[in-house]
Each structure stands twice: as structure tokens, then as C-alpha cells.
Ligand binder design. Sequence first.
Ligand code: F6R
Length: 263
Amino acid sequence: MEVVIRPTTQSAVNLTAQLIADALRAKPDMVLGLATGRTMEAVYARLAEMYRKENLDFSLARSFNLDEYIGLGPENKNSYRYYMNTQLFDHINIDKRNTHLPDGLAEDVEAEGPRYEAEIDGAGGIDIQLLGIGRDGHIGFNEPLSSLSSRTRAKSLTPETYEQNAPLFDKPEDMPMRAFTMGVGTILDARRLILLATGAEKADILAQAVEGPVTSMISSTALQLHPNAIVIVDEEAGAKLTGRKYYDWIFAHEPKWAAYQNI
Ligand code: F6R
């Protein structure tokens, strides 16, 4: 795992978007794993800007989102399909037929996970999976005790996640209590992971995720098991990391980071 601490939220966001843009330019039909939530809004705004101003071409790209609320259809303003359309897909030249989320209205809840996994396999697997981190340390909606080898399935959300996300609903009580989510094992199958965390409220859990013991109680600790995982944070989210001197030293000296110093 590598950790990159950037001085501002915007530079952490820009670095995240730049890594995705560089990968897309190298492989125009790449398979992107996408996340939703507040943190990602700025990343999608930056990617849309790169499409407009830097000819970043998404026409051949394919995407799979981590999760979707059970019971919410694409027209529902709080569904993650709606979020993705309005935050990103409507602003770039991706073909929406190549964008995938679990079907929140799937009639057969048990079958939806395996169906989604088969779609990911059919696309050749995920090249880069973008991740945020929940207050309880979840990635996707892999709440505490999610098996580190779990696959896409229905998951009940924790009260903490409920508290985190219900304010985003017009009526907080409308937030579903269950969601489909890629499993931790599904996420670990991606060829590269990029987790972005910003803001002071993520500092404690981020330090546990990166420097604490691997545990199914905090699904983001599973990133430690992945051979190609990058954690990008701003100063606030990185404030509780103890190994900072080493992380900064690598970012300053590894040749592969040379082009990214002033983003
Ligand atoms: C949503 C997802 C979640 C969020 C996490 C952080 O697709 O994957 O794990 O990334 O809950 O959410 P924010 O960014 O709103 O703090």
C-alpha cells in the first residue's frame, strides 16, 4: 500500500482524478470501478472538467459502481444511478449502456449479487476501483464483520451509516436500510485500488484502516492485502497517521511520482 498526503483537499482530489485520467489515456476501454458519496463529487467534477478542457475521452470506457440502495430505482433522486448520472455520466462522453450498477429494484435479491459479479467478469474485471471510506471504516457498504472474501450481495446498513447518509435524503426516514454492495473479495479482485479520504472526520478511521491490524470489523483494512493500493488523503484526513515521514519521503523521491508533485 502507498499513502499520499496532499496539502489541500483539492490537490488530493486532483491527484485522484489525474491517476484515473492517465490510466484511461493508456487504456481507452478501461473498466472503472466507481464509488458515490460526498467525497467523490469533487473527483467527478474534476474528471468532467478534464473531459471539457483536456479532451479526456470516455467513449470506450466501461464502469461498475460499488453499490446501490435496495428499493430505489434509477429515477429516484437518492439512488446511486441518479447520483452517477447527475454527478458524472451526464457531463462526459461515456456511453451509458456501458455503465453498470447493481439493480436496486431487482426482484430476486439473492440472485442480484451473482448476476452483477458475472457482468464484471464478462467485462474482464475492474482495472481501477475508486473507493471512499465510511465513518465506520466501510468500503462500498461492507459494514463491520463483512467477510474479507465476501462477494456482491445484499447488506444491512449500520446505524452509523444510516446517520451518515440519511441527511442526504429529502425525508431521512426514506433511506433504505439495505443495499447491494460489491464484497470485499470483489473489491480486492480489482487490479488497482485508489481510496480517497478528505476531512478531519475521517482521520481516526483512516489511520486504523491504513496502520491498524487487518480485521473484518473495518473492511477498509483489507486494502493492506492488495498488491496495488494507493490511499490519497488531505492534511486533515491524514492527521492521525504515524508513518507520515516515510509516506512523504516516498512521494517526494519515487520516480513514478515525479510528474504528480504539483497537481
Ligand atoms: C458509496 C461508498 C461508500 C462511501 C463512504 C464515504 O458508494 O462506496 O463507501 O464511499 O460511505 O462516503 P462520503 O464520501 O459521503 O463520506
